[in-house]
Design a binder for this molecule. Structure first.
Ligand code: ATP
Ligand code: MP5
Length: 266
């Protein structure tokens, strides 16, 4: 018996809702084998990020070397990438080991406002890692920041943005509409040929910490299992929607999703 192997390269969230912890829970729920390379340790809870401790560049490279020299991973998902030199290193391994299923969640900051990837790293992300991606999954704030726009507030602005982001060389872009004003959360997938809308009635739920990490990890798991980009995204949307519906409180602030909700769905 064997399982598809999915690697997350991301930060640790001590509160367990986002980052590496959300990624590994998602991989497990989707019957894949999860591996992790940790870029940073965040001291974090439901209220916010209290501290960020990046692992050393040597520490990052040692983990990448250990995984890639021994294990043939089927897909990789990236999250918090810290800084330009970390992104350079990660891109080299992705290229040298011919990873052809790569999901980039371009995490720039936490919802609570802490910087998780340095602003100066955006150019490196665009130039070295982005062109290797199967899917990149920015939210509206990340997309606007990377494009140098003030904001993205409507579906027609989202359409313009997704076309422009696709020009940077990724196979496809999934622009997430979780932060769209109004009663719908629409995500747009563009693969260079077809634009697909994934509309979803907004779930009235304060406990949504880690939705972006969970969605990107579910896409990576779907790709690792051999699904097309469209089918992997569609399954991942169902996965995250079930998990958001059953989000729950564990502290004073925004709680996590229930990663087992998809498994228990009717
Ligand atoms: N309240 C909601 N109801 C339904 N779907 C939602 C809701 N909030 C987010 N989503 C969905 O969850 C996924 C993540 O979207 P979002 O835009 O929130 O990403 P993000 O900002 O990166 O997530 P995070 O909250 O982890 O930072 C998308 O598929 C989005 O449509
Ligand atoms: C380690 C880590 N990675 C990613 C996020 C983004 O998740 P969110 O936007 O839900 O705070 C986070 N808070 N922490």
């Amino acid at each position: 018996m064997t399982l598809p192997k999915v690697l997350t390269i991301a930060g640790s969230d001590s509160g367990g809702g986002a980052g590496i912890q959300a990624d590994l829970k998602t991989f497990q729920e989707l019957d894949t084998y999860g591996l992790s390379v940790i870029t940073a340790i965040t001291a974090q809870n439901t209220v916010g990020v209290q501290a960020v401790h990046p692992v050393s560049l040597n520490g990052l490279n040692d983990q990448l070397e250990s995984v890639f020299t021994d294990i043939k991973v089927d897909a990789v998902k990236t999250g918090m990438l810290v800084s330009a030199d970390y992104i350079q290193s990660i891109s080299t391994y992705i290229r040298d080991y011919n990873v052809n299923k790569l999901v980039i969640d371009p995490v720039l900051g936490s919802t609570s406002g802490s910087e998780l990837t340095k602003n100066e790293a955006i150019d490196e992300l665009k130039n070295s890692l982005w062109p290797l991606a199967t899917v990149v999954t920015p939210n509206l704030i990340e997309a606007a920041r990377m494009l140098g726009w003030a904001s993205i507030n409507t579906v027609s602005e989202m359409e313009k943005a997704v076309y422009q982001l696709h020009e940077w060389g990724a196979k496809s872009i999934l622009l997430k509409g979780g932060h769209l004003p109004g009663g719908e959360s629409v995500d747009l997938l563009y693969d260079g040929h077809t634009l697909t809308h994934f509309p979803m009635k907004r779930i009235d739920q304060p406990h949504t910490h880690g939705t972006g990490c969970t969605l990107a990890s579910a896409i990576a798991a779907g790709l690792a299992k051999g699904n097309s980009i469209h089918d992997a995204v569609s399954m991942a949307k169902d996965f995250v929607t079930c998990a958001i519906r059953e989000g729950f409180s564990i502290g004073e602030g925004s709680g996590p999703l229930n990663h087992s909700a998809y498994r228990h769905r009717q």
